[in-house]
Write a protein that binds this ligand. Structure first.
Ligand SMILES: [Mg+2]
Length: 266
């Protein structure tokens, strides 16, 4: 029997909301584990390391460890190591993800040697995105420093409403400095490629399960992966109707994924 080989699973809005498990999600993941399906949790989260995410999920009952998790910072580090080896990077990010940036040299604005950083790296927006920090980045970009961004999300949803995210600042920097960022997180091809390599999986036999129809589902489908949209998290019928494509599958929640995989295997 030809089985679907592997599953890439978004975390926020699929497995958890505000880090609390969604109904049936823990049991569904236990079932995928029992069936030996290789899986990776793929997230653009820029505020926590893989180790902290794993700890949080394991604490909620999910059978996962740090090696099962792929974050935008971890993929960014792989990109920097491959394309800018030894570069001194100015990182602007809200949250401490240094644990996921092994092999990357981070330099502060005020470098002791007085030399300018080689590469500008934008993580997730927040208090670290000050005028001073963004202007420093702008000046480095004007001098020709490459720009790498962990994602292009324009805003995210919090308990208090929507908050501006990296993409809004990135557009301004790109326009002002007449440059274009390399984006490393979802929906970048490099992100999905890194996840498939991590699992040793073939795109044609892999599912991507997400609550964001564009960044998770349609992006994965463009890279040859089977897309599965869940009706939890940020899912809205109107967003689905307005989207630029159609998911391969739509299910009520992650709890339905083991049965879907079983059906696809036949
Ligand atoms: Mg999500």
């Amino acid at each position: 029997m030809e089985r679907t080989g592997a599953a890439l699973i978004d975390i926020d809005g699929v497995l958890t909301v505000s880090w609390e498990p969604l109904p049936g999600a823990v049991e569904a993941m236990e079932r995928l584990r029992a069936e030996g399906i290789p899986l990776a949790l793929v997230t653009n989260t820029t505020s926590r390391t893989r180790a902290r995410i794993a700890e949080r999920l394991a604490g909620a009952g999910f059978p996962v460890g740090p090696d099962d998790i792929l974050t935008a910072p971890a993929v960014t580090a792989a990109h920097l190591r491959a394309h800018h080896p030894g570069a001194r990077c100015l990182l602007i990010n809200d949250g401490d993800v240094r644990g996921d940036l092994s092999g990357v040299t981070l330099v502060e604005e005020e470098d002791a040697e007085g030399a300018a950083p080689d590469v500008v790296v934008l993580g997730g927006a927040g208090g670290a995105f000050t005028y001073a920090a963004l202007n420093r980045a702008f000046r480095l970009l004007q001098q020709g420093a490459p720009l790498v961004a962990m994602h292009r999300n324009l805003y995210w949803r919090t308990a208090g409403g929507y908050d501006l995210d990296t993409g809004a600042f990135l557009l301004g920097l790109e326009r002002a400095a007449r440059t274009e960022a390399v984006v490393t997180g979802k929906p970048a091809r490099a992100f999905f490629a890194a996840a498939l390599t991590h699992l040793g999986a073939d795109p044609g036999r892999t599912l991507m399960v997400g609550d964001d129809i564009d960044t998770d589902v349609l992006a994965a489908q463009r890279h040859g992966i089977t897309g599965v949209l869940v009706r939890t998290g940020k899912y809205r019928p109107e967003t689905q109707a307005a989207a630029d494509g159609t998911p391969d599958h739509v299910v009520d929640s992650f709890a339905d994924v083991p049965a879907l995989l079983e059906g696809l295997g036949r």
